[in-house]
Design a protein. Structure first.
Length: 474
């Protein structure tokens, strides 16, 4: 390339540089761009004071509260059976369930009564003999007194020579003979108490034999001790049964019991609100159901089955028994009877035994299911309602603190101390948080105090809290 060719490049380059310089000098000045603060979306629930009725549910099998086994107490052939003495039959209290042939026991009773009458007759005879012997002794003693007086007169006459010594000797023999008669009567009378005692014992033995025979005769009839349903019928008419033979089993239908299996955690949580709710008065509270220390909330609910509440009235846990999947099928009211004596080794659950009166129902009831033996049912145990508490999702509390969306939608922390937690629900005392405070249910990725937030209601958490407040299961 020549020098001239190279110089030809300079004018265009110079012209471009001049145009660029003019453009930068005549155009608008660029704006400075400042990045805006990003708002972090979070879900929240409002801290609203509300009434709260904590409850727990468990499952168990219906069993009769009373079970009675008919056992033969005497031997003999079965002579009569109640028409309802079949499996599933109903028997009313006081009705004759089974009758064993009583002829042998009637004869035994007649024989025992005859022996008793004979013993009583002998006893009466010896008592009469005692009276007659005592009367004879009194006569003999009077005769002895006369004989002794006659002897004294004879001896005075003999001293004056009026009567002979032979006459005196005769009077002395009469006195001795009379004394012998008195002694005989006294000896007979002394022996009578022992004979009377022996006959008394014989009469008592005969009376006991008579009573035993009467009892055996009474035992030939098996009487239903309460209104019941026949669970087992083991004998037939004409069948010979021996003493001790099991003839049948009756289930009382006046009440039923259900051993409800509930986790230890739930029982402990419910007992935390109700104090010694499962402990009879005067007994120490077991460690698994020890009451919590805060007394202000505890005063608002029942301190126990046998305790008085703060107003001096009676407050108790309540229970309902449900059959089927939902409440639409009805329920029966129940009461807490006691805790079972063991913890299930398989599930580590505690048995709460509830009692239901009239499990078969009464005439005119509507939507009250019949509870039959062996039915698998759900039982809901509910504590008395606590007023003015704050319910939060348990996950919203971390290390004793909750995150709040402040008035300016900035993240702030607040310390809280739940008085009760169970199954995802935490209970705070009234005033633990300002009314309406927005509690963040899930921590944002960068949970720094002062973080700008975009809060939205947590619909699922609100539904959970509403269900808990309405008494749905924990």
């Amino acid at each position: 390339m020549t020098v001239f060719s190279r110089l030809m490049i300079l004018p265009p380059a110079l012209l471009g540089a001049i145009l660029v310089w003019q453009a930068t000098q005549s155009g608008p000045t660029p704006l400075e761009v400042v990045p805006s603060e990003r708002r972090m979306p979070v879900a929240y629930v409002a801290a609203v004071p509300r009434d709260y009725a904590p409850s727990v549910s468990g499952y168990g099998t219906v069993a009769p509260a009373r079970v009675w086994t008919a056992v033969a107490e005497v031997a003999g052939p079965v002579a009569h059976l109640h028409p309802g003495f079949v499996r599933g039959g109903f028997i009313a209290e006081g009705e004759v369930l089974i009758a064993i042939a009583a002829e042998d026991y009637v004869i035994a009773l007649d024989h025992a009564e005859a022996d008793l009458k004979a013993a009583e007759a002998q006893l009466e005879e010896i008592r009469l003999s005692k009276r007659t012997t005592a009367a004879a002794l009194a006569i003999e003693r009077e005769a002895l007194a006369l004989a002794e007086a006659d002897l004294a007169r004879t001896e005075r006459l003999a001293s004056s020579g009026t009567v002979s010594a032979a006459v005196v000797d005769g009077r002395r023999r009469d006195v001795l003979a009379q004394r012998a008669k008195v002694q005989t009567q006294e000896n007979a009378l002394a022996l009578l108490p022992a004979q009377i005692a022996a006959l008394d014992a014989a009469a008592d033995a005969a009376r006991a034999t008579r009573d035993a025979a009467a009892l055996d005769l009474e035992r030939t009839e098996i009487i239903a001790p309460f209104d019941a349903r026949v669970a087992q019928a083991e004998v037939e008419i004409g069948q010979f049964v021996g003493a001790g033979t099991i003839m049948g089993t009756l289930d009382g239908f006046g009440a039923a019991e259900i051993d409800v299996q509930v986790s230890q955690g739930r029982i402990r949580a419910l007992a935390g609100l109700t104090g010694d709710a499962f402990t009879p008065s005067g007994h120490a509270v077991p460690a698994p159901v020890a009451p919590f220390a805060r007394s202000d909330l505890r005063r608002a609910v029942s301190p126990g089955l046998d305790g008085d509440d703060a107003d001096g009235g009676r407050a108790r846990l309540s229970a309902r028994v449900y059959v089927g999947r939902g409440e639409a099928e009805g329920y029966r009211e129940a009461e807490i009877a006691r805790l079972s004596d063991t913890v299930s080794p398989e599930t580590r659950s505690v048995g709460v035994i509830v009692r239901v009166d009239k499990p078969y129902g009464v005439r005119g009831e509507v939507r009250r299911p019949t509870l039959m033996k062996g039915m698998f049912v759900r039982v809901k145990i509910t504590a008395p309602t606590v007023g003015g508490v704050i319910l939060l999702p348990r996950a919203a509390i971390l290390n004793g603190q909750v995150m709040l969306a402040g008035a300016d939608d900035r993240l702030v922390y607040a310390s809280v101390a739940p008085v009760f937690t169970a199954d995802g629900i935490a209970v705070l005392e009234q005033g633990a948080l300002p009314a309406g405070a927005r509690v963040i249910t899930q921590a944002p990725s960068a949970a720094v105090e002062g973080l700008s937030l975009a809060p939205v209601p947590d619909i699922a958490a609100m539904a959970l809290l509403a269900a808990a407040a309405s008494g749905d299961d924990l």
